[in-house]
Design a protein. Structure first.
Ligand SMILES: [Zn+2]
Ligand SMILES: [Zn+2]
Length: 349
């Protein structure tokens, strides 16, 4: 077993405490990653607090992982010691079902293995990236291009791929009008990526508080959804709406903003069911859809795209002792736009 330093919560209320966790010895296809940075995702909070179902404690969250390969298993071909790598929301899948064969491991018919809070094929409870080391099978490790900084690359592993995948799937490109609902961790990546893909980008936010930021990030237009005029003015405007908000919103009102054959895709996950007025769909053959992260091949494609287009998230690097505080700030939407933990600050416990 390999000992790793970690920060864990021991009950739904927290707080984080230093601990040591065990990582398995390397199987032939495993790589050992020394984690340098781990991003803080809103899902970490939902999961750790038991809001998405029961979890085992202690729990080490973190699925936006960037680090360096320090050891490889005997049959590893993809990586060598010293490589800069990332690990995202999943660490394994069955590899045999139709969806895995298509490279859509996130939709594995037998259930992908989450980076934390899941049982892996060895019967071990997975623990995430708020830790010094992780052991992952090479097929679920991606390469971080040299011109991406490791700290800024970390959030790409969830926030980046979660927004890149639906933009690609629904054809973000020049001539397409795309709206991004919510300018948080996911939303700010959606704006940067859609802009780099050549689309005309509009941010729909509750207020105009972050308008300057939105335009700087690459948005062409910025509207406040608290203003009823917005919905009148933008009716039938968009080919695609990417909804990054996980709170309950008036879906039918947003659907009315889609043009013929337009799609509204949800990447945030509200805990409560949403209701839809079907008339808002059938009138213009609109679609209401969902999308969850992206496959491993697409995650690598996204990293390469970000490197090529010089795209990185706006981050605030924190120390391991500031995680509790950072979580409170995430809940208060007080982050521009992603917290990243500097794992070297974890110290010796
Ligand atoms: Zn996430
Ligand atoms: Zn599968």
């Amino acid at each position: 077993m390999i000992n790793a330093k970690a920060r864990a919560v021991f009950n739904p209320e927290g707080p984080f405490k230093p601990t040591t966790i065990e990582r398995r010895d390397l199987e032939p296809h495993d790589v050992l990653v020394e984690i340098k940075y781990a991003g803080i995702c809103h899902s970490d909070i939902h999961t750790a607090r038991g809001e998405w179902g029961p979890v085992n404690y202690p729990l080490v969250p973190g699925h936006e992982i960037a680090g360096i390969v320090t050891q490889v298993g005997s049959e590893v071909t993809k990586f060598t010691v010293g490589d800069r790598v990332g690990v995202g929301c999943m660490v394994d899948s069955c590899g045999e079902c139709a969806h895995c064969h298509k490279g859509e491991e996130q939709y594995c018919l037998n259930g992908m293995t989450g980076t934390y809070g899941a049982i892996d094929k060895y019967g071990q409870y997975t623990q995430g990236g708020y830790s010094s080391h992780i052991v992952v099978t090479e097929g679920f490790v991606v390469r971080i291009p040299d011109n991406l900084e490791l700290d800024a690359a970390a959030p790409l592993l969830c926030a980046g791929i979660t927004t890149y995948s639906p933009l690609r799937h629904w054809g973000a490109a020049p001539g397409k009008r795309i709206a991004v609902v919510g300018l948080g961790g996911l939303g700010h990546m959606a704006v940067k990526l859609a802009h780099a893909m050549g689309a005309e980008v509009t941010v729909l936010s509750q207020t105009l508080k972050k308008k300057e930021d939105g335009l700087r990030l690459g948005a062409d237009h910025y509207y406040a959804t608290s203003d009823p005029e917005t919905f009148k003015e933008l009716a039938g405007s968009f080919d695609l709406i990417v909804n990054t908000v996980s709170a309950k919103i008036d879906i039918s009102a947003y659907l009315s903003l889609l043009t013929l054959d337009g799609t509204m895709v949800n990447v945030g996950a509200p805990a409560e069911p949403l209701s839809v007025n079907v008339f808002s769909l059938i009138g213009h053959r609109r679609s209401f859809a969902g999308s969850m992260i992206g496959g491993i091949r697409e995650t690598q494609e996204m990293l390469d795209f970000c490197a090529e287009h010089h795209i990185a998230p706006d981050i605030e690097v924190i120390s391991a002792d500031q995680i509790d505080e950072a979580w409170e700030r995430v809940l208060a939407s007080d982050v521009r736009y992603r917290f990243v933990i500097d794992i070297s600050t974890m110290g010796n416990e």
